[in-house]
Design a protein around this ligand. Structure first.
Ligand SMILES: *Cc1c(COP(=O)(O)O)cnc(C)c1O
Length: 709
């Protein structure tokens, strides 16, 4: 923490009324979500509300009277903690010597505006479904830390993503909660008269009104668009109801609101962006709105497109043609003909901007194609993903080099270390872990830490996780058949090698791969001298029956007597469960069908928590793995026969687990320390931490994509 390095005497002492008003301000700025001291203050104010409402400080502040706050802040010890945090917050907001002040000052007057259909910022804001959203959330947090003038744009999904419940049959059930924006860390964007700032967008034969909410994220802002207004027809009010909800009509409507509505809102707010960054193709329609502006100024189409291109960059993720958003000509015509007319663009011309083959009436409108046509630069999210994308779109660039590079994804380190991990590191370092750019610096730090200290941290983190899982299972009946119950202390063991697997249950991620041979995995798990246990979590998309079957399969295995308390499935995966898992498990398993994992980021979250990766050589791990810093599954090659590849991967997974992972964990010295294991943890920290974080990633975007080519 930077706070510790400041002389105590430099810190202003805020009066109690000042503290109360600053606490209100703090509760509404997501800065608290990556500051444990701030979180601890809200937790201390109301422990029960804090845990019951998914760590939402607004609800804590709503439920505490000024009288109570005044009384509590009269306690000198507590008040001094609060004072330190508030000072840290104010210092953060007013810092004029950030990375961007020194390296990217051209964005000061004109921000980078980043469009994403989802943002994963914190568990109390369920406006994300998986890795794409977490990436956006971590991106905006790092942009704030680096001091880049940065604005995110997304939708406010008032029923969020679904809550997952597992039935007695092990089948995923979806339930939606109606969220009250008043009780979330966001506020409406109002004009000077106090009225909501409103823009409208032509959709189909109607005109849909859009208002906006704002979430301050440190120094950055996130703007959330919302169509839930009395002035809109019922079905248009529901456009922004669910994350990726409904059919392709809802989908195109969401994307019109995001792209066109978002661009209009940005303009209405007087913001003049330097760069528009599209995170995946969902926001592609924003380029049409930018083109409309150019045409209005009298530019030709050609000149107009040149100008739009100079303002846009695009990040593509999906490595299979079928995964990209595509719309039929009929749907495009129904939804966008009126809009096209309003901006004087011939509908046929618009269709061609999104067709893979010009004038081919059979071609669907592909959002990615529109993005590629209208962006100055594009990138995949890992080296292999960039290569796959270049191959996939090569026909769009006959005789030319495909202008798609890559920026490997990272994670925002501070958001993914627990309080315990952060305290541990702060004993040995006086710098922020996410600012490490130099492996030497990590080495200097590690030289100060003994093997037994690292091992002790690992044990404590695992204990924290197991306590959390046991507590959670009290409210989750699905793991064990109702007629069978086992005592709590028989669920999981702190001494057993613990593997974690959690992410969206998209079928290419092959969650049940480790159960390909039940007898073999039973042998590994139930080895009395070298026990292994596995914790799973994850949601399948509501319409993905294949993913739901995978969940059902894992639940049915977890219920088999030989796996009781050793294989766990945690319901309702979210950022909170993720944080517990990635900090507590010894090994993080990822076994996607290569090359379908665009980057993957969850494995990057365990590095600073001193866990180890065990993964297919796909996405980021293909670049990060060096033979010493974890384990690989399979080879650095693609096999075209998917069934064959899955067989080989399963065999390799078992062999590596039996011959390397398990023995390394259980091979102990005279002090019961697994020396070789700890050596791998050190190698992981030294080789990976400085690379696979969003500070590095956002700097890369800034210097190589946002700045003029
Ligand atoms: C990190 C994270 C993901 C992304 O996981 P991958 O393994 O990279 O797909 C998805 N969901 C949540 C809640 C996460 O925290």
């Amino acid at each position: 923490m930077s706070i510790t390095s400041i002389e105590k005497t430099d810190i202003p002492v805020y009066s109690i009324p000042q503290q109360i008003s600053l606490l209100e301000k703090l509760s509404k700025n997501l800065w608290w979500s990556w500051n444990h001291h701030a979180q601890n203050i809200f937790a201390e104010l109301s422990p029960r509300l804090w845990s019951r409402y998914n760590h939402n400080p607004i609800l804590v502040m709503h439920n505490i009277s000024k009288d109570e706050l005044t009384a509590v802040l009269s306690d000198n010890v507590f008040a001094s903690k609060v004072n330190d945090v508030l000072h840290g917050f104010e210092t953060y907001l007013s810092d004029q010597n950030t990375w961007a002040d020194n390296h990217a000052s051209e964005f000061k007057p004109n921000p980078v505006v980043y469009f994403s259909a989802e943002f994963g910022l914190h568990e109390c804001l369920p406006i994300y479904s998986g890795g794409l959203g977490i990436l956006a959330g971590d991106h905006i947090k790092s942009a704030s830390d680096l001091g880049i003038n940065f604005i995110g744009v997304t939708l406010f999904y008032r029923e969020g993503y679904f809550n997952q419940l597992i039935s007695n049959e092990g089948w995923q059930q979806e339930e939606y909660t109606l969220y009250d924006p008043e009780k979330m860390p966001m506020h409406p964007i109002l004009d000077e008269q106090g009225n909501p700032v409103t823009v409208s967008v032509e959709i189909g034969h109607s005109v849909v009104d859009v208002v906006a909410w704002e979430i301050p994220v440190g120094r950055a802002r996130l703007i959330l668009l919302d169509t839930n207004l009395d002035s809109n027809e019922g079905h248009y009010r529901d456009i922004t109801c669910h994350v990726y909800g409904g059919d392709s009509t809802t989908r195109i409507n969401q994307e019109i609101i995001l792209g066109i509505g978002g661009t209009r809102m940005i303009e209405k707010l007087g913001i003049v962006p330097k760069v528009y960054h599209m995170n995946e193709g969902h926001s592609a329609f924003l380029t049409l709105e930018l083109l409309a502006r150019e045409l209005k100024q009298g530019k030709s189409l050609e000149k107009g497109i040149e100008s739009v291109k100079s303002q846009c960059v695009f990040t593509t993720h999906t490595p299979v043609p079928a995964g990209h958003d595509r719309f039929t000509e009929d749907l495009m015509d129904y939804s966008l003909a009126k809009y096209a007319k309003s901006i004087n663009l011939k509908f046929e011309y618009l269709m061609n901007l999104g067709r893979e083959h010009k004038d081919n009436a059979d071609d669907l409108f592909t959002m990615t194609v529109l993005c590629l046509h209208m962006s100055r630069k594009a990138n995949g999210v890992s080296e292999l993903n960039g290569e796959i994308a270049r191959g996939m779109w090569t026909h769009l660039y006959p005789g030319q080099e495909v202008p798609i590079g890559h920026v490997t994804n990272g994670i925002h380190v501070k958001s993914w270390i627990t309080d315990r991990t952060e305290t541990f590191w702060s004993r040995y370092t006086d710098f922020d872990l996410d600012f490490i750019t130099d492996p030497e610096k990590m080495k200097e730090t590690l030289d100060k830490i003994s093997d037994s200290e690292l091992w002790s941290l690992r044990y404590r983190l695992k204990r924290d996780l197991i306590e959390y899982v046991r507590h959670k299972l009290e409210n989750q009946k699905s793991v064990f058949a109702s007629e069978l119950s086992i005592p709590h202390f028989d669920i999981l063991s702190t001494d057993a090698l613990t593997i974690g697997f959690a992410r969206r249950f998209a079928t290419y991620k092959r969650a049940p791969l480790i159960f390909s041979d039940i007898d073999r995995i039973a042998g590994i798990i139930n080895n009395a001298d070298r026990p292994v246990q596995i914790i799973f979590s994850g949601k399948a998309h509501p319409r993905d029956n294949g993913g739901k079957k995978f969940i059902q399969k894992i639940i049915s295995i977890a219920r088999m007597p030989q796996f009781f308390g050793k294989i766990i499935f945690l319901e309702n995966y979210d950022i909170n469960i993720a944080r517990h898992l990635i900090s507590g498990v010894d090994v993080w398993l990822n076994n996607p069908l290569r090359p379908l994992e665009a980057s993957g980021t969850s494995g990057e979250k365990i590095i600073a928590n001193c866990g180890l990766n065990f993964s297919i050589l796909d996405g980021w791990w293909r670049e990060g793995y060096n033979g010493e810093n974890g384990w690989a599954i399979g080879k650095d090659e693609n096999i075209s026969d998917q069934e064959q590849q899955t067989k080989l991967d399963a065999l390799n997974l078992y062999e590596t687990l039996e011959n390397e992972v398990v023995p390394t964990y259980y091979n102990r010295d005279e002090n019961n320390i697994p020396k070789a294991w700890i050596q791998k943890v050190r190698a992981s920290l030294m080789s990976l931490l400085h690379q696979y974080n969003t500070h590095r990633m956002v700097q890369d975007y800034c210097l190589n994509y946002y700045k003029d080519a």
